[in-house]
Design a protein around this ligand. Sequence first.
Ligand SMILES: [Zn+2]
Ligand SMILES: [Zn+2]
Length: 867
Amino acid sequence: MPQEEQTSVTRDSRSRDGQDDVRYDAHRIEAKWFERWQQEPLLYAAEPHSTKPKYYVLEMLPYPSGALHMGHVRNYAIGDALARYMWMNGYNVLHPMGWDSFGLPAENAAIQNHTPPRQWTLQNIAAMKAQMKLLGFGYDWSREVTTCLPDYYRWNQWFFIRLFEKGLAYRKKSLVNWCPKCCTVLANEQVVNGRCWRHEDTLVEQRELEQWFLRITNYSDELLRDLDRLPNWPEKVRTMQRNWIGRSEGTLVDFKLEGATDPATSTISVFTTRVDTIFGATSLQLAPQHPLVTRLTKHNDLLRTEVDQFIAEQRKAREVGDIGEIEKHGVNTGRFAVNPYNGEKVPIWVANYILMDYGTGAIMSVPAHDDRDYEFAKKYKLEIRLVILPLAQDPEETAVEPKLPFTTMQGTLVNSARFSGMDCEAAIKAMSEHAEKNGFGKATVTYRLKDWGISRQRYWGTPIPMLYCEKDGIVAVPEKDLPVILPENVDITLTGGSPLGRVPDFVNATCPKCGGPARRETDTMDTFVDSSWYFYRYTDARNDQVPFDPEKAGYWFGDHGIDQYIGGIEHAILHLIYSRFWTKFMRDMGLIKNDEPVERLFSQGMIIKGGAKMSKSLGNTVSPDDMMERYGADSARMYTLFATSPDRELDWLDEGVEGIERFLGRVYRFVARNASQASPDTQLGTPLAPEARQIQRKLHQTIKRVSDDFQGRWHFNTSIAAIMELVNELYAAEGRVGEARVVAGDSPPSLIPVPLLREVQRDLAILLEPFAPYLAHELWEMLGEKGSLLRAPWPKYDPALAKEEEIEIPVQINGKLRGRIVVPADAPEDVIHERALAEARIKATLNGKQIVKVIVVPNKLVNIVVR
Ligand SMILES: [Zn+2]
Ligand SMILES: [Zn+2]
């Protein structure tokens, strides 16, 4: 993409580029408009009662680290351009911003700098908010949401109690992921390749703890099904969510541990998608973390050593990335399980490739009909028993034995007692029913998605509003006592355990049921709770009676959710699954009507520099402050939209920003020289001289391209390039502007009429507004416009005026005229080439001949040489 097109500028006596009297001073212009906009608090405010159609555009709220990075600027520049476009198209726009302000970095900073997390966080928010304002982002700050403040997090607590009442929040002891660096529990979603999502170098440990969980799995089916109702989400995000939910249909079968003394612990549940092969099961394989394995190894040190080894191997495989590639090992426990279908005893093994977080952590091994089981059986010389034969091609012939493993479903059961002779599909159904009737299993659907563990042993988060009473057990804090305020001046150290547990004033409470002493829950909520519903709060951010007024949320969310949500692909799973769950729960509570929070989702590409991700350690970060200082806010944000299309990775070049600044300077100087001529009184006469027609055509084409990009693929880089071309045309024509006025009845003068000049400058200011709002407002004022540019109607293009002049070009074959094509004047060679070959008569003549060469003389002729 060119930074700025070359153009031939006619030099005449008037001032031209580079002269100081009309220097583009971005700082002066931006300071002036910044001041004015501060005086207009309602400029970007959504209207409370409006007859206009609504539009809710939202960028994901940032974590207040202290300074914006260019990735933020790109994200917000996209959303802001869209918001401005929608304002000018007559919509009532909601465009808010807030702060995802609980979380670990505030605590770490507190430890390092001895600054209380609240103070550190609020300072950072102030700094980033100032940056956003300087960048000219049009947010409705009256709706600002700060998740670490009690007026917000009290509603997390309110929701938690509702979830608890509905049985959707519960406490259980379980193996949890523990990050030794965070000193806290992580959700499954926060473990990436066995490592902490915040500490890529830290392996996650398994610990057994009592934790609060949210029953997101109650919605597994709906979360999966409704992905089909989100056609305006990136397919990649939907696929990631589908895989994360991980639905599979199969059968649960209970094997019995042979010789078990305690019937309560004698069942080994196995999940299989191929119960039709169960007569071929020659062993059970358990995950090394399976509870039975834990029991069996208690008095078996040899086995314990092996199992520990497997756990280490799994960890290592996760580190490398693909656990499926693990070299398979196993050990025979010496115990047996009984196959409930035939009473057969099969040996129980522990294997390193069985994962506790899939299915039940136990599988039946059927070597003849499964690749992995076959490999394992060969290695350990386990029996391989054929129970499925391929369907015979000819019913007269007996089926031949297949090459093993035979894994397809196109087969017939053999060696399977009363089920022999059935085809696989029918057998799965019959055998599942048989299990259910006899009480040892049933057809079932499993999900990879697990309940959401939300307890964190951290200070800087929402206190979980629960009490523990010796008499009454777990008791929710009464609603009138909310919020449970997070105490300040808490000693935060990473020695493990919840910091709130060391604050007696916080811990010691009174039971609301019996009035006796109670202990307060000292864990805080995962910060993903905060972001699961924050966008509803924007619709009614100052409500202190309920989280939000359902009517207000109903207006902005409608039936389909946020009209446009914009944020990084790194939130494809966590944030977006949790907030979809929260939406469904709030719908079931009757708070909202929409099933999904977001109708359209856009994930912008990353910004890199010098081929690498920007990072402090590489020293290749770019500071928005520095860019604003050097080139101005307009240039910095416009560059993030111009460098490439917003979905792609952007390789940062400072020279690119400089190029944008030069372009904006050209626009500024042109309007400075020509604004005064643009008298508003005259009407545009027709017909126009060819030069004027060319400008008019370019204007309408530009409006079309920019409008189409906003409504379609968001290739703002091509929008901006189109505006640049328009400006080049204006420069080329500048010497011939405005010396004559068109009077009705005159023959067209070969000049650019004044009304056209006025129209094009006015539209230019509007077209630039979404990308470079400061300059656009300055141009608007220079043109003598009185009303607010942000409310000026977006120009409509006239397809007839946008249409290229068309010309007819003869098409020859071997020098003989064979047809004609009609193409736009100055159509590029490849277009002419393609049209010539597609023309019906030419196509017919060419049929069967070999094309040697196609000669295109633009605007003149095409000659096709054939053999
Ligand atoms: Zn960590
Ligand atoms: Zn009590």
